[in-house]
Write a protein that binds this ligand. Structure first.
Ligand code: GDP
Length: 511
């Protein structure tokens, strides 16, 4: 890849509620894009070729599954990096952080269900960083909710302008095809059984019974505006069926055409642009070994600038001295064995033994620090109860490690000896208990803590001191030693905010 490749990378994620069709859509995107990580039916053919490559060896030797973390495919000269957001019922901070490493997102909505809770949560995370969103209304092959109802729901619930780019002609049983407003053509499912192979009908006329609605949908909503989309104020809406592979090509084309190339990333007061000479990046995810006999980890770096070359030395901000990156896992190259460079927007997997932490900046000159990779206020807080009290030290070490990895957040209360762990999803707690036992030989239980959420508190020394004097029982330090207010309820947060106008209570903390 040569110099202007920064403009041909599209690094994005798919956000959705479970069952909306993210997995199915991912598979279809990969297939249509002549994927490198081949999905589903063509897996066997790709297996032999992949087996030789470095990352596959790493997977086999160390039992680390990195396959689905980043999926890269190319189409018409554009390289797409699709970052996987784990699709559990539950949230993890992993999911949130992955969204800090993308330049845009596709929001998949089930046509019969509309905006669901998890879609909404993930959307809010995107909004925090003004990540632009393309909406894909999926499952139009089935009976869905009325079109206007869906469009209005997206607009109202997310406070976002919607701009339909297509019109599904008769969703569900009456489905005729999809009208593309830009070309006026209708893509039709083929054949008597309405198999969704898709055929373009250039001089299409929308059947009478739908014509008026199609026109109303077009004129009733804002026109597409590239700038508004890229600012995160407007979402273009596409319709299709991931299952029947319908509307997926249009969606890829939309990402290629509209989704932003790698964006500058904030580093304090500065913005580091992809053109910046030096190689820089930040770690947004650390995946630990599933095999307890090894302590190897893969850190995922989102490259922000420069041209990375295999063997290059980069300095992690958390370490302060350079490390040579000899066996990077490069996800983008068509032929993995030859992959030895990467560009801004690409993801590099770096095998390490715990030297790299989520939030670390890597750079050649060790001068830049990326900011804005947040910790999120936990929504579930638990007290850690040791079964064997002689293991206090091991527990502390384990909690520190696991919080560095981003599995949990740990809080050390000012009063009382028990550590408090905070997570945003139940699943993280299960992972915590099993890893404590398997990797640290620490048996622990989690007890309810009388706190509902936490806020980082900032202010002048004097104001903080005063606050501390009155609220010691509700205060803790996080692993960086910063003050955290453990609140009994959301109401409690509001009350303290009102009572302490000089202090700032924040639900996220940037590293
Ligand atoms: P995820 O949980 O979001 O990854 O959803 P999946 O991709 O696993 O899909 C959930 C279910 O919906 C599966 O049974 C899919 O076969 C089905 N599904 C996905 N896309 C479509 C679609 O376009 N039409 C229909 N009818 N079913 C779909």
């Amino acid at each position: 890849m040569t110099s202007n490749s920064k403009s041909n990378r599209r690094t994005f994620a798919i956000i959705s509620h479970p069952d909306a069709g993210k997995t199915t859509l991912t598979e279809k995107l990969l297939l249509q894009g002549g994927a490198i990580h081949l999905a589903g039916e063509v897996k066997a053919r790709g297996q032999a070729r992949r087996a030789r490559s470095d990352w596959m060896k790493i997977e086999q030797q160390r039992g680390i599954s990195v396959t689905s973390s980043v999926m890269t495919f190319e189409r018409d000269g554009i390289t797409f990096n699709l970052l996987d957001t784990p699709g559990h019922e539950d949230f993890s901070e992993d999911t949130y952080r992955t969204l800090t490493a993308v330049d845009s997102a596709i929001m998949v909505i089930d046509a019969a269900k509309g905006i669901e809770p998890q879609t909404r949560k993930l959307f809010e995370v995107c909004r925090l960083r003004s990540v632009p969103i393309i909406t894909f209304v999926n499952k139009v092959d089935r009976e869905g909710r009325p079109l206007f109802e869906l469009l209005d729901e997206i607009a109202d619930m997310l406070a976002l302008d919607v701009s339909p780019q297509m019109y599904p002609v008769g969703m569900g049983g009456q489905f005729e095809g999809i009208l593309d407003y830009a070309t006026g053509a209708i893509a039709r499912p083929e054949g008597p059984s309405k198999e969704f192979k898709g055929k373009r009908d250039e001089n299409a006329v929308v059947p009478e019974q739908f014509a008026e609605e199609a026109e109303l949908a077009r004129i009733g909503y804002p026109e597409f505006d590239l700038e508004a989309y890229r600012n995160g104020d407007l979402t273009p809406v596409y319709f299709g069926s991931a299952l029947k592979n319908f509307g997926v090509t249009e969606l890829i084309d939309a990402i290629a055409k509209f989704a932003p190339p790698p964006r500058p990333q904030p580093a304090g007061e500065e913005q580091i642009s992809p053109d910046h000479d030096e190689v820089t990046g930040f770690i947004f995810k650390v995946q630990a070994n599933m095999d307890p006999n090894h302590r190897d980890r893969i850190a995922f770096m989102r490259q922000v600038s420069g041209t990375f070359k295999r063997g290059m030395k980069l300095t992690p901000s958390g370490l302060g001295k350079p490390i040579a990156i000899h066996s990077p896992i490069l996800f983008f190259a068509q032929d993995r064995e030859l992959a030895d460079t990467a560009e801004a927007g690409d993801i590099i997997g770096i095998p390490n033994h715990g030297t790299l932490r989520v939030g670390d900046t890597l750079s050649e000159n060790n001068k830049i620090r990326f900011t804005g990779l947040p910790n999120f206020a936990p929504e579930i807080l638990r007290r850690v109860q040791l079964k064997d009290p002689t293991k206090t030290k091991q527990l502390r070490k384990a909690l520190d490690d696991l919080s560095e990895e981003g599995v949990i957040q740990v809080f050390y209360p000012e009063l009382g000896a028990n550590h408090i762990v905070g997570v945003v999803g139940q699943l993280q707690l299960e992972v915590l208990i099993s890893r404590l036992s398997a990797e640290y030989k620490v048996e622990a239980a989690l007890e309810a803590a009388p706190f509902a959420t936490a806020r980082w508190v900032k202010g002048s020394d004097e104001a903080l001191q005063q606050f501390e004097n009155f609220n010691r029982a509700n205060l803790a330090k996080d692993r960086d030693g910063d003050m955290v207010f453990l609140a009994k309820s959301p109401w409690d947060v509001g009350y303290q905010e009102e009572k302490n106008p000089d202090l700032k209570f924040s639900a996220t903390k940037e590293r």
